[in-house]
Design a protein around this ligand. Sequence first.
Ligand code: ACO
Length: 428
Amino acid sequence: MPDTLTIIDNRTGKRYELPIEHGTIRASELRAIKTDSDDFGLMTYDPALMNTAACKSRITYIDGDKGILRYRGYPIEQLAEASSFIETAYLILHGELPSASQLAGFTQTIEAQRMPPPGLEQLFRGFPNEPYAMGVLAASFASLSTFYPESRRIFEDWNRTLQMHRVLGHAPTLAAYAYRHRRHQPTVPPSPSLGYVPNFLAMLFAEPGKPYTPHPVLSRALDILFVLHADHEQNCSTFAMRAVGSSHADLFTVMAGAVSALSGPLHGGANEAVLRMLAEIGHVNHVPEFIKRVKAGEGRLMGFGHRVYKSYDPRAKIIKRTADEVFEVTGKNPLLEIAMELERIALQDDYFVKRRLYPNVDFYSGLIYQAMGFPTDMFPVLFAIPRVAGWLAQWEESLLDPDTKITRPRQVYIGSDQRDYVPMAKRS
Ligand code: ACO
């Protein structure tokens, strides 16, 4: 069977043969299909890139129909069970699981990069009262480009690696700064004796100068959530990372773009929106009425549906288990009952079944975060910190890919034809 596609252009009767590679044709090959020499050539119209592979990648594999997610070939279920976020970050960045000494070296390197430059804290004092945490995170990443001007030399290997380690090391500290400034609390410096996740919890919740030991079950639960969120191939924020990065901007500016993309309620802001939705529903008895309104098009069931998963999101399954372990320590989140009833009804309702809408990663994660004492505006930040690993790997892969060019899609122009300027006095 030849790996080609034959196209007959009915406008001209001409026949074209296009090669098929990895189940794709090169969109640029369509440009040869023209009605005459003035014709620009055929393009595809794909507004949300729903059927366009914008890159080749070796990092994450998803089969949305079967509910499969793998990082570098390893199933998410195995990584959530046995790995840690820091080991998973190594895997995502380097492509292979580390040896014991590689993991120790990587951990040490990231720990050495926990402290952002001292001047950065000034920035936090300039925000208004109660600033939106994702806005603060985006701004602090963008401002780091001014502290590390050498980060513009993105094709210097050692320099790029250093900046990537800085991003991974600084991310939890920046998030903790945002959290504590919002509460008018003094910041807590990173603790050399604590690992990535326990140190993050300490920077958020410890009293300055006092020892803090996070509950091991809660710390492990957050570590698992970090593993689950570490990468998810070409989602909106990762695409932002690749697209902004394709202009060869420095890493910190590119990071600000990805954080901004993640902040929207259709993406990383969804876990926050789920909690607001559950609180609004208020009682399990109100669930049928809420579902009715969703089906009538008066809003969405937040935390349900996914562009890629058309079956149960494998991460949501793991999160549900983790939630049980967390609630044993913290007590049950009263909104859990409403969430479970929503899921029960939605999974047997024709509207959701037909559209293949299942709980996604955000449906239960917010409940865990709330039970652990995080305020809702921190939820997308808790998504952003681990996603840093994926963003970095995807950014570097894109930069080093000889196929990469500056992202510059085409458009179908449907505006006015040329017309003459009308002076103000002559306009009706
Ligand atoms: N509740 C109710 N109806 C929905 C939902 C939902 N959560 N999601 C999709 N639909 C319906 C749409 O109304 C549409 O119905 P129609 O065919 O009658 O018009 C159909 O399902 C297809 O929906 P689209 O919007 O075309 O699907 P798309 O792939 O563009 O959207 C998205 C995916 C954005 C995730 C969507 O399902 C959604 O808005 N979900 C709620 C927000 C959410 O949970 N986001 C988190 C995503 S996961 C992540 O980023 C980590």
